[in-house]
Design a protein around this ligand. Structure first.
Ligand SMILES: [Zn+2]
Length: 366
C-alpha cells in the first residue's frame, strides 16, 4: 500500500457519529461460506448496507462492473488471495481490476500475509492487506478505504472528520514544502488536519506578513493553522518546545503526527524534531517529512501518492508564501514538481511525498 496509514488503529468505527461504512455496498470475493458469513456479519454490524459475495475470480471481475440492483456502485471490494494462488496472480488480478474498475478500492485478505504478498499488494496498489481471521480488522480496513477513496476534484470528501493529523514545522512554509500534497489529499478525504508552526519566521521577513501568508497557505490545503512564537534560528529541544507541541497534541489528539526529520542540517528543524518525539510518545504514529535542508541520510520508507490536484494545491500553498518566493531556491516550481515526480518512482505513482516512519503502535506489514 503506498499509504503510510494502516488500518489497525483507525478510530471512529466504534466512536460517536455515523460509521464510515454506513450505507456502503461491498463486493466480497470469498469461497468459504463460513468466512463469508462472518465478514458479512461484521461489515453489516458496522453499517454496511449490503455485502455481495461471489465465489470465483471471474465472477468477481464481472460483478465489479455490474452490481446487482438496486446497488449502483461498489464502495469497496474484498479479494481473497485463495482465489488466485501465488503472489504473481495477485499482481495480475489487481492490474486487471484497476484496468476494468478504476477507483474502486480493493482490500486483500490472506490467511497469513507474507512480506512477498505485501509487496505484490503494494505494487498493485491494493488499499490494504488484512488477515483473513480478523473480521474486525477487515471492517476497519474497508472503512478506511472508503474514507480515503481518491476524489481528484475534492468535491466529495467522506466528511467523516474522524482521523486527525498534526503536522509540525519550525517555520512558515516548512510543512507546505514537505507535506503540502499529503495534507491536501487527506483534508479532502475527510481528515482533520492541523498545521503547527513553531515560529513566525522572523528571520525570513516581517513576521506579521509571514503569519498572514501561513494562514492563507493552510487554507489552500484545507488545514487549520496553529502558530507558536519560538525564536527563529535559535530553537532548542527544551521543555518549553516540548510543551508547545504537547499543547497541540492535547488539543488535536492526533492519530498521526508528522514532523521534520532528524537528518536535517537546520538546527531549528532538528530541535523541533526532537521535541516532537518527546511530546508524541503516546501518539499512535509518528513520521518525518522531507525538508529542503534534509541530508542524504533522510531515508523514507512510506510514500503518499499525490494526484495532479494535490500537487497543484501544494504549489499554490507554497506560492502563498510570496515574501519568500524570490529569495529561496527550493521554492522553484519545477524543482518541487520534479521532486514529487522522483519520489513517485518508489510507489509507482506519478507523484508522491516521502515519509520516514518513526514509530507506530500497531505495526503492519508495510
Ligand atoms: Zn524551516
Amino acid at each position: 500500500m503506498p499509504e503510510m496509514f494502516d488500518s489497525s488503529d483507525v478510530t471512529g468505527l466504534s466512536g460517536a457519529g455515523p460509521s464510515p461504512l454506513a450505507g456502503t455496498h461491498i463486493l466480497l470475493g470469498e469461497r468459504n461460506a463460513e468466512t463469508a458469513a462472518r465478514f458479512t456479519r461484521t461489515l453489516r454490524e458496522h453499517g454496511a448496507a449490503s455485502v455481495h459475495t461471489v465465489g470465483s475470480p471471474e465472477e468477481f471481475l464481472r460483478a465489479g462492473g455490474a452490481p446487482p440492483a438496486p446497488v449502483r456502485f461498489w464502495d469497496a471490494a474484498v479479494w481473497h488471495t485463495g482465489f488466485g494462488g501465488d503472489d504473481g496472480s495477485l499482481g495480475r488480478f489487481l492490474e486487471d481490476w484497476r484496468a476494468q474498475h478504476p477507483g474502486i478500492p480493493v482490500i486483500v485478505t490472506d490467511d497469513a500475509p507474507s512480506a512477498r504478498l505485501a509487496v505484490a499488494a503494494l505494487r498493485g496498489r491494493a488499499a490494504d492487506l488484512v488477515e483473513r481471521s480478523d473480521p474486525e480488522g477487515l471492517a476497519v480496513a474497508v472503512a478506511r478505504a472508503v474514507a480515503e477513496r481518491a476524489d481528484p476534484l475534492g468535491v466529495e470528501g467522506s466528511g467523516q472528520g474522524q482521523l486527525r493529523m498534526l503536522v509540525v514545522g519550525a517555520h512558515p512554509d516548512d510543512v507546505e514544502i514537505g507535506m503540502g500534497g499529503t495534507i491536501h489529499r487527506r483534508a479532502h478525504s475527510g481528515w482533520d488536519v492541523t498545521v503547527l508552526t513553531m515560529s513566525g519566521g522572523g528571520n525570513g521577513g516581517d513576521p506579521a506578513r509571514r503569519r498572514k501568508e501561513a494562514h492563507r497557505a493552510a487554507e489552500t490545503l484545507g488545514a487549520r493553522l496553529r502558530m507558536e512564537d519560538l525564536p527563529d534560528g535559535s530553537m532548542v529541544d527544551d521543555r518549553s518546545t516540548v510543551e508547545a507541541v504537547e499543547r497541540a497534541v492535547a488539543d488535536v489528539s492526533p492519530d498521526v503526527v508528522v514532523v521534520h526529520s532528524e537528518s536535517d542540517t537546520h538546527q531549528d528543524h532538528r530541535a523541533v524534531h526532537r521535541a516532537t518525539l518527546v511530546a508524541c510518545r503516546k501518539v499512535a504514529r509518528l513520521a518525518c517529512y522531507q525538508s529542503p535542508s534534509a541530508t542524504v541520510s533522510y531515508r523514507p520508507n512510506r510514500f503518499i501518492e499525490l494526484s495532479e490536484v494535490d500537487v497543484a494545491a501544494k504549489l499554490a500553498a507554497i506560492a502563498a508564501h510570496d515574501s519568500q518566493a524570490s529569495s529561496r531556491w527550493y521554492l522553484d516550481e519545477d524543482l518541487l514538481r520534479s521532486t514529487a515526480r522522483y519520489w513517485g518512482r518508489f510507489s509507482q505513482t506519478r507523484y508522491a511525498e516521502p515519509l520516514e516512519l518513526v514509530h507506530e503502535r500497531n505495526p503492519v506489514l508495510l
